[in-house]
Ligand binder design. Structure first.
Ligand SMILES: Nc1ncnc2c1ncn2[C@@H]1O[C@H](COP(=O)(O)OP(=O)(O)O)[C@@H](O)[C@H]1O
Ligand SMILES: O=C(OP(=O)(O)O)[C@H](O)COP(=O)(O)O
Length: 416
């Protein structure tokens, strides 16, 4: 895989070694927001080393990124405006935000870039072709993105640094690398180097904690993980589909109905490795002011929803984590953004931070939870920016955004 150091070449770190080059940079700037306030800027900070290396070398840097899951059309709720402002603060330089993805504003913004300057394109998922299943549609958007960088004159290259999104076969992650000379950024290189250690003879017991709300994405990887690890502790929104598979009424909790049978099969086959919550914190509404109670997992009232793991479950998870030698954690085990449902996630984060295991926590919200709940970041071996991406890497699956970086450089790529 070609890396940023290959791009920087003999002139690594030398001012001017990339003068005349326009870099289309894919970063993962998908940060949690409360309205238009960024509640955790970890992913923006993680993108800085690559951006700075490029600007120091004199490149024009055109960043493309997504925020949330908009419906393939512009939606102010998902604008990258707060991200552009924060990125500019952290870089100590203006970051112009184009008001579209590849339209007139994007073209004018790129045309106005000086050497060593950074621009951000608006949320790439505002264009429906980004996430299309149709190769030709994605390819067309990729060609427009590559054309933007080439349109600035000089050489155009692609740097892939959005580790959190390399598991997505999307235009700005995958297809564009087929059109431009491509390089892995520092974040992608570092993240894969740490995760590789988890796939090569991890010390045992090896324990995985899974939570969060992207249930359908993550249930798919559990089977492969169960083959490799000693225990999987399940909390968060993930837990209720398993509890339903055990025949329990989960009330209004998050439930992936079409995966109940799959969860039942996993419980049959790997039951001894799967640890489910024994008790949960339930609420009468999805609100920080809701009425709450702790109940056995089999006794969730039908109008209530489970929003955190209960105290018995925390104790069980703590005990297992205390004995682990390798831990991977993705997904908060409760709705940690609301104080009444943050206790389980804090207990898990502290248990991992206190242990001497090789420990990796991955995911935008999981990493944010560690920081927001005041848990010592130094207690983790590595805090990864990618949740789903890390899980799929650990599963052993080929990640499209990484595999494409191993392909030969295009011979007649845009800007060549
Ligand atoms: N029981 C639950 N019900 C609904 N949402 C939950 C529950 N537990 C956790 N969550 C939510 O899961 C979200 C994070 O999920 P996810 O995106 O899968 O994690 P990550 O970003 O770390 O990969 C958080 O916003 C959290 O509020
Ligand atoms: O937040 C992300 O992933 P994560 O929640 O698995 O850490 C990435 O930005 C990918 O987003 P997506 O899961 O909407 O493709």
């Amino acid at each position: 895989m070609n890396t940023l150091d290959d791009l920087l070449g003999g002139g690594a770190g030398q001012p001017g070694s990339l003068t005349g080059t326009t870099v289309l940079l894919r970063s993962d700037l998908n940060v949690p927001l409360d309205g238009d306030t960024i509640t955790d800027d970890g992913r923006i900070k993680a993108s800085l080393p690559t951006i700075k290396a490029l600007t120091d070398a004199g490149a024009k840097v055109v960043v493309t990124a997504h925020l949330g899951r908009p419906d393939g059309k512009p939606d102010p709720k998902f604008s990258l405006a707060p991200v552009a402002a924060r990125l500019g603060e952290l870089l100590g330089a203006d970051v112009v935000l184009a008001s579209d993805v590849v339209g007139d504003s994007a073209k004018a913004t790129v045309a106005g870039l000086q050497d060593g300057q950074v621009a951000l394109l608006e949320n790439v998922r505002f264009d429906p072709r980004e996430t299309s299943k149709d190769d030709a549609e994605r390819g067309a958007l990729a060609a427009e993105l590559a054309g933007l960088a080439a349109g600035a004159g000089g050489r155009a290259v692609f740097v892939s640094d959005g580790f959190g999104v390399v598991h997505r076969k999307q235009a700005s992650v995958y297809d564009v690398a087929k059109l431009l000379p491509h390089y892995a950024g520092y974040l992608v290189s570092e993240e894969t180097a740490v995760l590789r250690k988890l796939t090569t003879e991890p010390e045992r017991p090896y324990v995985v904690v899974l939570g969060g709300s992207k249930v359908s994405d993550k249930l798919g990887v559990i089977k492969a993980l169960l083959e490799q690890v000693d225990q999987v502790l399940i909390g968060g929104g993930m837990a209720y589909t398993f509890l339903a598979a055990e025949g329990k009424d989960v009330g209004k909790s998050l439930l992936q109905q079409d995966m109940v049978d799959t969860c039942g099969q996993l419980l049959n086959e790997y039951g001894s490795k799967i640890v489910l919550p024994n008790d949960v914190v339930v609420a009468d509404s999805f609100s920080p002011d809701a009425k709450t109670e702790v109940v056995f997992a089999g006794e969730i009232p039908s109008d209530w929803q489970g929003l955190d793991i209960g105290p018995d479950t925390r104790a069980t998870f703590r005990r297992i984590l205390g004995e682990a030698r390798t831990v991977f954690w993705n997904g908060p085990v409760g709705v940690f953004e609301m104080a009444p449902f943050a206790g389980g996630t804090k207990a898990i984060a502290e248990a991992i931070a206190d242990s001497s295991a090789f420990s990796v926590v991955g995911g935008g919200d999981s990493a944010a939870a560690v920081r927001q709940l005041g848990v010592d970041e130094a207690g983790f071996t590595h805090i990864s920016t990618g949740g789903g991406a890390s899980l799929e890497y650990l599963e052993g699956k080929e990640l499209p955004g990484l595999a494409v970086l191993d392909e030969p450089q295009p011979e007649n790529g845009a800007g060549q």
